[in-house]
Design a protein around this ligand. Structure first.
Ligand code: 3HC
Ligand code: NAI
Length: 699
């Protein structure tokens, strides 16, 4: 008998408690414990019904993902669920926290389900590149209906208890978990209620007309953009309609096995753990005391400042927004309220919630108003002199112990910190545009930033629903620094013979949210232009510097915001349209540079873009600017539209084989220029027969 599952009796009801912290994952000992406790409950003559509950903060959060990729040790989950479904006494699942994946599948194997109001249920396996492999694709449509099941299973979204009740996934909402579930079970006993097996409930699947599947599948394939698991999930659910239950289970198993072995699933599992690993900072212990953050302030109500203020208001933290003039403030607040109003119009926020959030944002013009803020984030123009003045002003008004943060995307955090008398309280908080939407938050550690400030910022990031990664202080930090050589390769290939649409097409088909030129147009081409001008004096003279981007900016074309950049965006459209004028400009730029245009293959485009990221990522690692390779992957997947199912650039390097990547980098180095000098770390790892993952594990 394992200790992670226990059985005790309350009157006529046997309570089976899963106790496997932190999230009651279905590890082998839990699966065995569930079988053992069920046998005990069935053998106990005093017991007439059973309740299954999770100890601690949640019901069961699913299979133990750490066991994936290893040989399965009996009993397998399907056998456990089958045993519960076949039980001769009614079993009630009592859900709090989250019932996810295998956790919800176990609950669906029980005869009845109750939940507390705050609970959520879901089958998020699709996000791990697999599908619910313990009957979820066959049982959920039987209780919730086929369309709702397809929606939940192909997207992995969580459903709150109230909605789960309406859908028929749970049978009742209870106020108190165990007493409520026990009372529910007692009523079943009193009513002599039947053993309601989900597998026999086929009304909803029989009523569904499979003629609609073809069109629905096309929509799923389109939305998946190359990811296999949503399509596998869809196909498995269709089997609940087209096949008898047992055959449906077999079909689910076949698709599950194929997905589990795929590189996509490995990549998604890598990102799942990488996101959590990024929270661990080797020299900042997890019990480092943090500072309380009850109020915040933002300087600058522009593109970024407004979005950052929304992040705080969304988390219920009052925030002051400071601008230089009333006009600028009104404009900034107007944009924020317009953004919220759009969300309300789409039905994703209530008017009441919008009013509450707007009520938490207060516009101010005077620095004195910031004296009580626990954190102040500067988001003014990207100019060192202005930032220094702002920080000197903050130093004189901010209370002792306030965190002074900068949203700079490239500037030296130490130089900014030096304009204050308290550099230990200064940190970079690099949000990504649009700040209220993009999950990544690069936290930039200055030379003097204290551990307490780092720990507080990491915790705060989670409070405001961001994915934080701590990086070092260098030009561009990690994400933008890697973007630089990536963008340069893309532009060099234009001069060699490619066109923007070809480069973007290759990267987009490979899975990126958008290619480099579409991304530049969206972010604003003037941003890079300003950075290039700043760096012009210090850049290497022995390299060839392409000028297409500068020429486009000189024409006043800054991308989407000016309706033209690399592409045209007529009538306010966000869809890039090829502009023959730019193609002509590119051909002429090749001629002016004395380059004979050639056909650039799609394979070359992919390799030069991807390997430029990998090589620079490795340099960030060897310099200690990134703590681990998986942090770089988190940065790219959460901040730059890199597909999570590709696992990030460093994961890709391992997957391809670092030796192969190095061979290509060396080939580019010989054929192209010194931009391709291989990172020392890659050479070392290849010489030692190691990968980025080995490197992470050894640290
Ligand atoms: N298996 C193994 N470890 C898990 C886990 C799981 N299913 N879920 C969470 N953990 C671990 C995390 O890695 C983390 O470990 P760490 O502290 O060492 O870094 C710890 O539990 C706490 O997790 P979080 O930091 O994510 O805690 P939160 O409270 O923020 O979130 C959660 C809790 C919502 C349950 C979130 O962890 C989550 O979404 N987990 C994954 C759920 C999931 O995908 N379930 C499906 C699994 S696949 C499956 O069931 C297959 C089946 O169909 C056969
Ligand atoms: P923006 O130009 O949209 O907004 C800047 C705002 O700051 C303006 O509203 C301006 O009036 C205000 N401002 C300037 N000086 C001020 C002062 N002394 N006191 C108070 N307000 C002042 O600029 P954006 O894009 O919001 O950028 C802000 C910062 O965020 C920059 O450091 C930028 O590098 C960084 N950043 C920008 C990203 C982007 O995609 N736009 C992404 C990540 C970081």
């Amino acid at each position: 008998m394992t200790t992670s599952v226990r059985y005790e009796r309350q009157g006529q009801v046997g309570v089976i408690t899963v106790d496997n912290p932190p999230v009651n994952a279905l590890s082998q000992h839990v699966r065995q414990g569930l079988l053992d406790c069920l046998a005990q409950g069935l053998a106990d003559d005093e017991t007439r019904a059973l309740v299954m509950v999770g100890a601690g903060r949640t019901f069961i959060a699913g299979a133990d993902i750490r066991e994936f990729g290893k040989p399965l040790v009996d009993p397998d989950l399907n056998r456990v669920i089958e045993a519960y479904e076949n039980a001769t006494k009614p079993v009630v699942a009592a859900i709090h926290g989250t019932a996810l994946g295998g956790g919800l599948e176990v609950a669906l194997g029980c005869h009845y389900r109750v939940a507390v109001a705050a609970a959520k249920v879901g089958l998020p396996e699709v996000k791990l590149g697999i599908l619910p492999g313990a009957g979820g694709t066959q049982r959920l449509p039987r209780v919730a209906g086929v369309e709702a099941a397809i929606d939940m299973i192909t997207t992995g979204k969580f459903v709150p208890a109230g909605k789960a009740l309406k859908l028929g996934i749970v049978d009742a909402i209870v106020d108190e978990l165990v007493p409520g579930a026990v009372a529910f079970a007692e009523k079943l006993i009193a009513d002599n209620a039947p053993l309601r097996r989900v597998r026999d409930m086929d009304e909803k699947v029989k009523a569904f007309d499979p003629a609609g599947f073809e069109t629905m599948r096309k929509a799923v394939v389109k939305a998946a953009r190359g990811q296999m698991s949503p399509v596998g999930c869809f196909d498995a659910v269709t089997a609940s309609v087209t096949l008898p239950f047992e055959d449906g289970l077999k079909r689910e198993r076949e698709i599950f096995t194929g997905l589990m072995e795929s590189d996509q699933s490995k990549a998604l599992r890598h990102i799942f753990f990488a996101e959590r690993e990024a929270l661990k900072i080797p020299d900042v212990p997890s019990d480092t005391p943090t500072l309380p953050i009850r109020t915040a302030a933002i300087i600058g109500a522009g593109t970024m400042g407004g979005g950052i203020a929304m992040c705080f208001a969304n988390a219920g933290i009052p925030v002051k927004l400071l601008e230089m003039t009333q006009d600028a403030l009104d404009r900034g607040l107007g944009i924020i309220s317009g953004n919220y109003a759009n969300t309300v119009a789409k039905g994703r926020l209530t008017q009441d919630a919008m009013d509450k959030r707007m009520g938490l944002i207060e516009g101010v013009l005077d620095y004195d108003a910031l004296s009580e803020a626990d954190i102040i984030i500067e988001a003014v123009f990207e100019e060192m002199d202005i930032k220094k003045k702002v920080f000197a002003a903050l130093d004189s008004v901010a209370k002792a112990g306030a965190i002074l943060a900068s949203n700079t995307s490239t500037l030296d955090v130490d130089e900014i910190a030096a304009s204050t008398s308290r550099p230990e309280f200064v940190i970079g908080t690099h949000f990504f545009s649009p700040a209220n939407v993009m999950p990544l938050l690069e936290l930039v550690r200055g030379a003097k930033t204290s551990n307490q400030v780092i720990a507080t910022a990491m915790k705060l990031a989670r409070t405001i629903a961001k994915v934080p990664v701590l990086v070092g202080n260098c030009d561009g930090f990690v994400g933008n620094r890697m973007l630089e050589p990536y963008g340069q390769q893309a532009e060099l290939m234009l001069l060699e013979g490619a066109m923007p649409a070809q480069v973007d097409g290759v990267m987009q088909r490979w899975g990126l949210a958008m290619g480099p030129f579409t991304m530049g147009d969206m972010a604003g081409l003037d941003v890079g232009w300003r950075i290039r001008k700043r760096r012009a004096a210090t850049r290497r003279n022995d390299l060839f510097w392409p000028t297409v981007a500068d020429q486009i900016c000189e024409m006043g074309r800054f991308g989407q915001k000016t309706k033209a950049g690399y592409y045209l965006y007529e009538g306010g459209s966000r869809v890039p349209v090829t502009d023959p004028k730019i193609e002509q400009l590119i051909v002429e730029a090749s001629k002016a540079a004395g380059i004979e245009r050639r056909e650039v293959s799609d394979e070359e485009i992919l390799k030069r873009c991807l390997y430029a990221l990998i090589n620079e990522g490795a340099k960030c690692l060897e310099e200690g600017m990134a703590i681990r390779a998986s942090d770089v992957d988190v940065i790219y997947c959460f901040g730059y539209g890199f597909p999570a199912w590709r696992g990030g650039p460093m994961f890709q390097a391992d997957l391809i084989g670092l030796d192969k990547v190095l061979a290509d980098i060396k080939r580019f180095h010989a054929a192209l220029d010194d931009r391709w000098k291989p990172a020392r770390l890659i050479e070392t790892l290849v010489a030692e027969g190691r990968s980025f993952a080995d490197y992470d594990r050894s640290r």
